[in-house]
Design a protein around this ligand. Structure first.
Ligand SMILES: [Ca+2]
Ligand SMILES: [Ca+2]
Ligand SMILES: [Ca+2]
Length: 329
């Protein structure tokens, strides 16, 4: 501190040297608020011929400069489902400086190592502050992609809206980087943008370089269903000839492949012409299902065929539906 103290006597004793902050001076992540005036006045007390006297120094005033600092983090708890179509990546931007600042946003979809690159549909800010992208509610930024001015310490949730290409296959991953740069400027820590800070003070680049980047990840977990149908025959003569009166037992094996799960999986089959459903023959994984449309997963009739509702089924699951028909005589 560059304090100039005038001392009026060789007997002087400096009693106090007070540093006084101007009115509101809260400390932020970036330190004392930019524009704060720090005033320093020294006092000397002395004895002059038996009389106590004191004298103040002039006051030195220092205005706190603005520091430019920012951090960006991904808010996604894990990779976002990279199913072809629309996906949303969530980020949090924090103004780590000590003054108001807006930030330029730069998405990068072509991150090294990507199995596929998404395309950016838009960048939105969480206008209603609920942490979720709300189409038609949360504000889409238009070019140039610049956030509103954020107060010191203020955080903003940013959504990067992307489209996953059709070519994305099961197990493929992709990253999207989001960079935020202080609109005033970026540079080496300590670099100054003279006069660009609060109240005409300088804006000084902080330790982050006044920019930050984070990555959001997408993982394509695409489930599919393979159906495999087989038949075994038992004829009235103890053999396996497909003759009238023979029983044909069909097995439909449904396998959910890939990763993730499928929803509302239903296996159905018509009763082939020239055959008749064998009542009570419907089964799922060898456990009988009633023919009626009731609480269990299946129903069957000669006219409507068989139907088994497997619901949401995770990848790696294999279910076997069996039913029997007789070849009409
Ligand atoms: Ca600023
Ligand atoms: Ca929202
Ligand atoms: Ca049933």
């Amino acid at each position: 501190m560059n304090t100039d103290t005038r001392i009026h006597s060789s007997l002087a004793t400096i009693l106090a040297s007070a540093m006084v902050l101007g009115a509101a001076a809260p400390a932020h992540a970036g330190g004392v608020t930019a524009g704060t005036l720090i005033r320093n006045t020294a006092t000397a007390a002395y004895d002059e011929g038996g009389t106590q006297r004191s004298v103040d120094s002039n006051t030195v005033t220092v205005r706190v400069d603005e520091l430019l600092d920012v951090t960006v983090t991904s808010l996604d708890p894990g990779p976002v489902a990279g199913i072809p179509g629309d996906a949303v990546l969530s980020f949090e931007l924090t103004n780590q400086g000590n003054g108001p600042e807006a930030f330029r946003l730069i998405p990068d979809t072509a991150v090294a190592g990507n199995d596929y690159d998404v395309s950016v549909r838009g960048i939105a800010i969480d206008s209603n502050g609920n942490g979720i992208y709300d189409d038609g509610v949360d504000q889409l930024l238009t070019a140039p992609l610049v956030t509103p001015v954020l107060a010191a310490d203020a955080r903003l949730t940013v959504f990067v809206l992307v489209t996953v290409p059709q070519g994305a296959g099961n197990g493929d991953t992709s990253n999207v980087a989001l960079t935020a740069e202080a609109l005033t400027g970026t540079g080496s820590p300590g670099a100054s943008f003279d006069g660009a800070g609060v109240d005409g003070g300088d804006a000084i680049v902080g330790t982050t370089g006044a920019f930050a980047a984070a990555r959001g990840a997408l993982a394509s977990s695409i489930a599919g269903v393979q159906l495999n149908k087989s038949v075994t025959l038992r004829d009235p003569f103890g053999g396996s000839a497909a003759v009238p009166g023979a029983t044909a037992t069909f097995t439909i094996e449904a396998s959910v492949t890939g990763s993730g799960s499928v929803a509302d999986l239903v296996v159905s089959d018509a009763i082939p012409a020239g055959t008749t459903y064998v009542p009570g023959s419907l089964a799922l994984d060898a456990a009988p299902l009633s023919d009626g449309a009731d609480a269990d997963a299946g129903n069957a009739s000669d006219s409507a065929g068989i139907r088994v509702d497997l619901g949401t089924t995770p990848a790696g699951t294999r279910r076997a539906v069996t039913f029997a028909v007789t070849i009409d005589k």
